[in-house]
Write a protein that binds this ligand. Structure first.
Ligand code: 13P
Length: 259
C-alpha cells in the first residue's frame, strides 16, 4: 500500500505568485525524493497531493507533474442556483484528483453535518474524484471519553450507502484528525494514534467498506520531528498536513521521513 501524504493549505497563501513558489519547491523536492527512491531500487514512492484554495487549482498555476492536486471542499449538487458553491464536476474539470470532505473546520465554521458530508462524499465518488474523509473528536469529547462514540457516528452517517456509489479502497482515504491537535502544536501521542487508527479500521470493516484496504491517515500538528513516527510506529498509511505544508522545505522533510 502506497503512503499518501497530503498538504492542506487551508485559506493560504494570499497570492497566486506565493502559491506557485511553494508548489514549485514541493514538486522539485518530490522529484528528488522519487529519483533517490528509484536509485535505491525498492519501495513504493509516497503519493503526494497538494490541496490549495480552489482558486489556485487551475492547471496554469501548477502544471502537470509528480504531485496530484486536490480541493478542500465540494458541493453535493451538480449545478444550478447555489451561489458561491463549486461542484465536483468543476473540480474534476480543473484536473484535481482528490477532494477533502468533512474537515473539522468545515464542520465547525460552516455547519456541515454528517448528513451533508455523506451527500458530498457520494457526489464526489459519482464524478470520479478520490475522497479524503476527515473525522475526529473535539477536546471536550476527548476529555469526556467520547472519542470512540464520535468516530462511530461520523463513520456510520458519513459513509452511509457509499458502497453503492463507486466506493473502493483506491478512491478513498480516511484522515483521523483530532480537533484538539489541529494547529495547536499538541499532536496526538503515537500510542493513542495507533489505537485509534486500528479502531477506525475496525469500524470501516463493520460498515462493509473494505476496512483493511482503506488508507488511514493521521493529521494534527504534524511536523518533520513527529511525522516519521506516525507512519513507522503508529501504522498510519499517510498524513494530512496543515501549517507545515506551507513551508516547502519542512514539507519535504516530512515526505522524507516517510521513506
Ligand atoms: P495542522 O497541521 O496545521 O495542525 O492542521 C492539520 C489539518 O487540519 C490538516 O487538514
Amino acid at each position: 500500500m502506497k503512503n499518501l501524504i497530503i498538504a492542506n493549505w487551508k485559506m493560504n497563501p494570499s497570492s497566486q505568485a506565493e502559491a506557485k513558489v511553494i508548489f514549485d519547491a514541493i514538486r522539485e523536492g518530490v522529484k528528488g525524493i522519487n529519483a533517490a527512491a528509484s536509485a535505491r531500487g525498492f519501495g513504493e514512492p509516497t503519493e503526494v497531493v497538494v490541496c490549495p484554495p480552489a482558486v489556485y487549482l487551475y492547471a496554469s498555476v501548477f502544471g502537470e507533474g509528480v504531485v496530484s492536486m486536490g480541493a478542500q471542499n465540494v458541493y453535493f449538487e451538480d449545478k444550478g442556483a447555489f451561489t458561491g458553491e463549486i461542484s465536483a464536476e468543476m473540480i474534476k474539470d480543473l484536473g484535481a484528483e482528490y477532494v477533502i470532505i468533512g474537515h473539522s473546520e468545515r464542520r465547525k465554521y460552516f455547519g456541515e453535518t454528517d448528513e451533508v458530508i455523506n451527500k458530498k462524499i457520494i457526489r464526489a465518488l459519482e464524478v470520479g474524484l478520490k475522497v479524503i474523509f476527515c473525522i475526529g473528536e473535539t477536546q471536550e469529547e476527548h476529555d469526556a471519553g467520547k472519542k470512540n462514540e464520535v468516530l462511530d457516528r461520523q463513520i456510520k452517517l458519513g459513509l452511509a450507502s457509499v458502497s453503492d456509489f463507486g466506493f473502493s479502497a483506491s478512491n478513498f482515504a480516511v484522515a483521523y484528525e483530532p480537533v484538539w491537535a489541529i494547529g495547536t502544536g499538541n499532536n496526538c501521542g503515537v500510542g493513542e494514534t495507533k489505537q485509534t487508527l486500528s479502531y477506525i479500521k475496525s469500524l470501516l470493516t463493520l460498515s462493509g467498506v473494505e476496512g483493511q484496504e482503506v488508507r488511514i491517515l493521521y493529521g494534527g500538528s504534524v511536523k518533520s520531528e513527529n511525522s516519521g513516527a506516525y507512519i513507522k510506529e503508529a501504522g498510519a498509511n499517510g498524513l494530512l498536513v496543515g501549517g507545515a505544508s506551507l513551508n516547502a522545505e519542512e514539507f519535504i522533510k516530512i515526505l522524507e521521513s516517510a521513506e
